[in-house]
Design a protein around this ligand. Structure first.
Ligand code: SF4
Length: 252
């Protein structure tokens, strides 16, 4: 019999809500049935870059405090924190590492002048919303005279031309998390930082966006509690690891 996670354990996060919105059945396979999710090279690639930037901007472990030459430090972090899983061949992994190096080099060149360590990195938060607990983690929070800046790194291969409602939810969740859980009152900016392009996309979070975002999260939470786990075919079905057991995939 299907069981929804017990109330005491149940929580929502941006990625859970986004997974549910995209396909409720896939949500069930991952979070309720806990079926194994395939290791993808792009997850390893993204995690490797995140780890390098986390330490490079770390309030204590940054190159200034560590008294290290900055670029050499960045390279050593990439070697130390490179994740090899998910690549089909050694050659593929090598090419990915070269690409990571290129991204970091460009990012370094364009940001090293005026470098300031972050106020916080990899900061967890949680807040209550209606009967739900929402958790998350913010990649980086900077502090300037104008207030706090929230930054989430993205390693997408393509730069989105526009943002869907689901993606807007992410900056909203970080904004609410920073305010309600971390009690950072003056949040100046929320950015998604597409590191492949060294491009920061700024989101001006309005009260209306917060309201809409919160309502969407509650709506998803309630649908999960009602066990509404129907298949929702979408553009990513071909790469879904559950397509062989999906009741609709082969009937499309
Ligand atoms: S194949 Fe598509 S419809 Fe089926 S579970 Fe996966 S994402 Fe959902």
């Amino acid at each position: 019999m299907e069981t929804v996670e017990k109330d005491t354990e149940f929580h929502l996060s941006y990625s859970r809500v986004a997974t549910y919105i995209k396909c409720p059945l896939r949500y069930k396979f991952i979070y309720i049935d806990k079926l194994p999710v395939k290791e993808h090279s792009y997850f390893s690639f993204g995690s490797s870059i995140h780890k390098v930037l986390e330490i490079f901007y770390h309030p204590e472990k940054n190159f200034i405090n560590m008294k290290k030459p900055p670029f050499e430090y960045m390279l050593s972090l990439l070697d130390e924190h490179w994740i090899s899983s998910g690549y089909a061949t050694k050659r593929e992994e090598q090419k990915a590492k070269e690409k990571a190096l290129k991204i970091l080099k460009r990012l370094y060149q364009e940001t090293i002048f005026g470098f300031r360590p972050a106020y916080l990195v990899e900061q967890s938060f949680s807040f209550h919303l209606d009967k739900f607990k929402v958790i998350g983690r913010i990649d980086r929070i900077d502090y300037t005279n104008n207030g706090y800046t929230i930054i989430d790194y993205k390693t997408n291969r393509l730069l989105p031309r526009f943002f869907k409602i689901t993606e807007l939810l992410q900056p909203v969740v970080y904004y609410v998390g920073a305010k309600e859980s971390l009690h950072l009152e003056k949040i100046d900016n929320v950015f998604l930082y597409f590191v492949n392009y060294n491009k920061k996309v700024k989101f001006d979070i309005s009260d209306e966006m917060v309201e809409k975002g919160k309502n969407k999260i509650i709506q998803v939470g309630e649908a999960i509690m009602r066990k509404e786990f129907y298949p929702k075919p979408n553009g990513s079905c071909a790469s879904c690891e559950f397509k062989d057991i999906c009741p609709v995939y082969n009937r499309k």
